[in-house]
Every structure is written in C-alpha cells, then in structure tokens.
Design a protein around this ligand. Sequence first.
Ligand code: CU
Length: 136
Amino acid sequence: MKILRFVLMVAACCGLVSLGHAAPLVASNAKVRLVPPVSDSSAAYVTLRNTGAQPMTIVGVSSPVCRKAMMHRANMEAMPRVTVAAHGEMRFAPGGDHIMLMGLRRGLRVGEQVLLLLHLGDGSEMRFNAAVVDMR
Ligand SMILES: [Cu+2]
C-alpha cells in the first residue's frame, strides 16, 4: 500500500497522472485567442468529453498566463460551475461559452502553448495545453 501510494505520488508530480486529462475527462481542440499586446484579456476554447459513467463538474479554471480565469457564457455571464454529463460533451467555442482569461501577465505569441487548469468538484484538477491561434 505504501509503495502504491509512493508510485502514485511520483506519477502525479511528473504530470503522468494529470497532464492532458483527468480520467475520464478528455480535452481536444484547445486554443487561446491571440490578442493585441494592449489587450489584457483573452479567451480559451476547448472541447471536453466525459468518457466516464459519472457526471464531472468543473468548479473553477486557472492559468499561469493570467491573474484570473472564469467560465463565461456567450453573453459574458459567469458560470460558477459546469457539469459535463456522463458520456457527454461540453464545448467552449468562439461565439459561445468560453473560458475568459483576465489580467494577462504577458503578451501572447502565435503557436505558443498556454497551460490551463480545470478545478473539478471532486478536488482533483485537470491540466491541458492550448495553442495560441490568430482567429481574426
Ligand atoms: Cu467572457
């Protein structure tokens, strides 16, 4: 048991467990909108697929690239939590629900990878990278 715990701890530290997915949630098509250097906010988009038989709830988002990140509806209304149904899908997409990145700490460059973290209702977190894309 002790050995198993140690192995899990090492795996978690190395990102083997959480990087890219928090099973059963899978991220795809992740991107961040390129904004002019004068803009201090941007948005991130991603499709989240719940491959599991239990609903998964996202209770927060964050990124080292900005001071504050939030889940927003298309009308910029904040969504404090989002539940992805079992075997369901949640799309954060241009013109719709999105992840708002506020207080950017630096300029963004096309092609760079931005780390995003989803904080889940069970206390775990899911990390994935989103490429900066010029979406004009
Ligand atoms: Cu917004």
